[in-house]
Design a protein around this ligand. Structure first.
Ligand SMILES: [Zn+2]
Length: 120
């Protein structure tokens, strides 16, 4: 059985900026000022929130068999997972992959998810 992504949860310091564990680049989802600005590095597998993916790498698409699907079909795939996008991204099985899940406290209960894996 392939190794599943290793998960680290940020609950108290959920707002801490997330940096790639392999190269140190600070990764960020869409900038509210300019939503086309997403910062990812070559190790970034995905950047996601509970409402959807902001960034997906080709490696992620291959691993989760999202290759060639439309955005709508991708959304249908993670909606099928009872854990939502958080549970769906827990199923990544690339070697030594690491996921950082940052959970903002109630009442917002909003999660941000970042996935990384070393390159061959
Ligand atoms: Zn990196």
């Amino acid at each position: 059985m392939p190794q599943l992504i290793q998960k680290t949860e940020l609950k108290t310091f959920y707002y801490t900026p997330v940096h790639c564990p392999f190269c140190g680049v600070r990764v960020m989802g869409a900038d509210p000022q300019d939503e086309t600005r997403i910062t990812a590095c070559p190790h970034t597998l995905f950047i996601a929130h509970d409402t959807g993916f902001e960034y997906r790498s080709a490696r992620l698409d291959r691993n989760l068999r999202l290759d060639g699907l439309s955005e709508h079909e991708v959304e249908a795939r993670w909606h099928e997972d009872k854990g939502g996008i958080d549970g769906f991204t827990d199923t990544v099985s690339l070697p030594d992959a690491i996921k950082v899940a940052a959970y903002a406290p109630a009442p917002s209960a909003y999660g941000s998810y970042y996935g990384f894996a070393p390159n061959e």
